[in-house]
Design a protein around this ligand. Structure first.
Ligand code: SF4
Ligand code: SF4
Length: 148
């Protein structure tokens, strides 16, 4: 029993590293963020580390305190949670999401969690999106949720 969580952690770390560091990454991945309306950026809780807040501060030329106040909110579960804004497809979405281009607006300064997601060769939302687009024969269809 005690070995199970460790084994699960090892499998997860191996999966993440093998995808992130693999030089053939683009051939392994079963999703394409450039064809996606950005579902993962609409998660109700996008947790930031202290280092993530500092990265935002550096990116925008602010102090840590200013960046924390401007871009994060306190969540019952996390000390630094991303502020969000309205979105036509998902209800609400990360404040830094470019809702016209449907992509991250601060890519080089994005938080750790965004760099790691989804951490496997597949993305559940993208599989769902692709299935919906194929079945509706509409390559631009946006499969929606309402993450308020
Ligand atoms: S939901 Fe999946 S495919 Fe869409 S942007 Fe996020 S990681 Fe990429
Ligand atoms: S920082 Fe960028 S990648 Fe991360 S949730 Fe916001 S828009 Fe998405």
């Amino acid at each position: 029993m005690r070995g199970e969580p460790l084994l699960a952690l090892r499998v997860w770390v191996t999966a993440v590293l093998s995808v992130e560091l693999n030089p053939f990454r683009q051939f392994i991945l079963r999703y394409n963020c450039s064809k996606c309306p950005g579902y993962c950026c609409s998660y109700p809780l996008i947790a930031l580390t202290k280092k993530d807040v500092q990265r935002l501060a550096d990116h925008f030329g602010l102090s840590f305190k200013e960046a924390r106040k401007k871009y994060t909110k306190v969540d019952p579960e996390e000390p630094y949670a991303m502020r969000r804004k309205a979105d036509e497809h998902f209800g609400r979405i990360c404040q830094f999401f470019d809702t016209e281009a449907r992509r991250c607006g601060i890519y080089s300064a994005r938080p750790t969690i965004c760099r790691q997601y989804p951490g496997s060769p597949t993305c559940g939302y993208y599989s769902f999106l692709k299935h919906e687009r194929d079945s509706q024969e509409d390559a631009t269809h946006v499969a929606t949720t309402w993450n308020r």
